[in-house]
Write a protein that binds this ligand. Sequence first.
Ligand SMILES: *Cc1c(COP(=O)(O)O)cnc(C)c1O
Length: 437
Amino acid sequence: MKYYSTNHEAPEVSLREAVIKGLAPDKGLYMPFSIPTLPEQFFEQIDKKSFQEIAFTVATALFGEDIESGVLRTIVDDALNFDVPAVKVTDKIYALELFHGPTLAFKDVGARFMARLLRHFIHTDERGKVNVLVATSGDTGSAVANGFLGVKGIQVYVLYPNEKVSQLQEMQFTTLGDNITAIAVNGTFDDCQSLVKKAFMDAELNKRMKLTSANSINLARLLPQSFYYFYAYAQMKRLGVANRLVVCVPSGNFGNIAAGLIAWKMGLPIHRFIAANNRNDVFFKYLQTGHYEPRPSVATIANAMDVGDPSNFARILALFDNDYNAIKSLISGASYTDEEIKKTIQTAFREHDYLLDPHGACAYQALAEQLKTDETGLFLETAHPAKFRDTISGIIGKEPEIPVRLQAFMNGKKECLYLDNNFEQLKSFLLNELVRA
Ligand SMILES: *Cc1c(COP(=O)(O)O)cnc(C)c1O
């Protein structure tokens, strides 16, 4: 399969190049030239298959030309080593719980898959170790660090703003050791991001070491997210509620819903989608007006969705050939304030004994308001509520239960390196690492 850039000003590339590059040289996002469709027979039998089996079939359709079957099978099985159950919340609404992985958020799926795919591709490369640089405001760092932990041939550097991420988040990437190095930067998230960008543009660094990013716009993180939409459908079919299925996705950078739309294009019978936003509602506004007007993001309690110019909007346009009416007829939107999110969490907890996280709460609420009588709703519960312990305890008046694997991070030993917001310092550190290795 060949991949093109959504800006159409860069050469088409192979899967390998798209994964190693991440962003196209024209700053566009890579997309597959054609989206394969799966045979009807696959959907007839889907409810009899396991998550891994379903994912392998989808992965073969997407990557089968580029990766040998046995290798792909191992990558899928290794990456998806946790369940993604569909859980009943109300008579008509189900939660797809995507938080049973190592860092308790859906980003584990993409990060784990990408780490293994990257290892496969560099395996056949003689130029030595690959260095992944990633800037994080919290959640991306933990998913990437844990996804790449112990993967041979890859060294990960997580740059984060010192004292500006929650303790829980920090412990998820500073306690790992092995091939993961955490760097606390005396600055903001934007400073971290700009240091990473400077590193990618520095000629000397790039000559001496192989650098890549594990940014969420990387295809290797995006495409595997389509797997759980198929598995969700399989579970709903098993339960006899897959007819007129409405899937609601709490959206920030729109990678998750883009993966769902790709699954739909591959033939998955989803009736329609809802993209639920917090107060950062540029997509919701776009659906109403036909105009896409990015704005600086505002801070909310669903902070992983605080995005003012979602990168994957370009991919959604590409999937629909820029046809606003086609987009509008398949996807509707919603937007909620912090107050509304809090009220939703309270109500769902009180009336349905289900504890939502602030992101999933947006999606649950959109279904509660927009679902028609002949439809069944499924929302993506993208993170475990305990990841937002302080927010949640403030809303429900008690501490959420902390899962054992989240607690385990808190018992680890924090190790990180402190750097100023200074590119030369970062550069000499990286070059020194090279000498040490
Ligand atoms: C990243 C994230 C989102 C937003 O996903 P996108 O793919 O950026 O739309 C939603 N919820 C949680 C918990 C996240 O970490």
